[in-house]
Design a protein around this ligand. Structure first.
Ligand code: SF4
Length: 331
């Protein structure tokens, strides 16, 4: 009897209960699976509540594991707490033709906040000298990952292709308004994406689509505890105003006076709005892998207007029978 096997969810997997469907997020295989069963209710996966085919598949993928009952206590669940040592973890810097604030001073200030992830978005033509200035500043900083969103420029594209080895922190470059759509993932093992769509301002953000769902442990744990987009984030808009997100109206300060700001000035109420506090999203099985947006919303706790999913039907807009979900405050 002591060798009796029990079947349980692997510690690297999270079960998420949704209104109609449930989800298993597999952090190890970077996957998610829709499931009909409920691990919060079913104690024994072998008793016929899961089909043999599903059980075999999940055992093979190590989503479910079989262990002797007597050692069950050693398989502790993954802690779901989350925090990062940075004062500010991520930053977005926006530029257009009228931006006059200093890039190097901005990056130096962000480095003092121990920013790890930095995205720089140009909505009008960027000079190669600006791109190089940013790359050189980032090289010496705490930033671990740099992303550019920049209008298509053959000069910049050629420069990056020739010099990519000198800038290992460059994570991705999206060229918008390019004459072609082309996703070059293999050229120099960095992501370089060309898209024909022209990005004119910061409002072209906040897209909700399965292609943007993130199954990393970092994203999932952050979403369980804080806002997945805005927690410990800073946005510098095209005028140099400091905000939680560059698209927001609320200003925290200006980059010219940034040194006067302390941690409490930078922290906003949005940091703590997690998906479990958002109407409709709180019932959605995708809530810990989805992205959030607190700008394109009708009110503070509304789901993003850009979402086209109905978790009560398990249908995306365009699928037969789809209806727009209604939140209680809309009734
Ligand atoms: S309902 Fe919310 S959590 Fe679900 S897909 Fe839409 S935005 Fe994401």
């Amino acid at each position: 009897m002591n060798n009796q096997l029990i079947t349980q969810l692997a510690s690297n997997c999270f079960f998420v209960k949704g209104a109609k469907k449930n989800l298993i997020i597999d952090l190890q295989n970077n996957e998610w699976y829709h499931v009909d069963f409920d691990v919060t209710k079913e104690k024994n996966y072998s008793n016929g509540q899961i089909s043999k085919e599903d059980l075999d598949y999940m055992l093979k993928r190590q989503i479910l594991i079989q262990i002797p009952k007597k050692i069950k206590k050693h398989f502790i669940p993954t802690p779901t707490s989350f925090d990062v040592p940075s004062i500010i973890e991520a930053a977005i810097i926006d530029r257009n033709e009228s931006s006059t604030y200093s890039l190097s001073s901005t990056l130096a200030w962000l480095d003092n906040l121990i920013v790890k992830f930095c995205q720089v978005r140009f909505f009008s033509d960027a000079q190669l000298s600006e791109i190089i200035e940013i790359l050189e500043c980032v090289k010496k900083s705490n930033v671990e990952s740099l992303d550019f969103i920049v209008p298509y420029s053959k000069e910049i594209s050629d420069f990056l292709e020739e010099n990519i080895g000198s800038f290992p922190k460059l994570h991705s470059v999206i060229f918008h308004g390019s004459p072609f759509n082309l996703n070059e993932l293999t050229v120099y093992k960095k992501r370089r994406l060309y898209m024909m769509l022209q990005l004119k301002n910061s409002n072209t953000c906040g897209i909700v689509h399965p292609g943007f769902f993130s199954k990393t442990k970092h994203h999932v744990l952050k979403s369980m505890n804080f806002n997945s987009c805005l927690y410990k984030k800073i946005g510098i808009d095209v005028d140099g105003s400091i905000k939680n997100c560059p698209s927001m109206k609320e200003k925290i300060g200006h980059i010219n006076n940034a040194k006067e700001l302390n941690y409490n000035d930078l922290k906003t109420e949005y940091w703590d709005i997690k998906k479990d506090n958002v109407e409709i999203c709180k019932d959605c099985e995708f809530r810990y892998i989805c992205n959030d947006c607190r700008v394109q919303v009708n009110h503070k706790n509304a789901r993003p207007n850009t979402c086209k999913y109905n978790p009560y039907q398990n249908k995306w807009e365009g699928q037969k029978g789809y209806k727009t979900p209604i939140s209680k405050t809309d009734l």
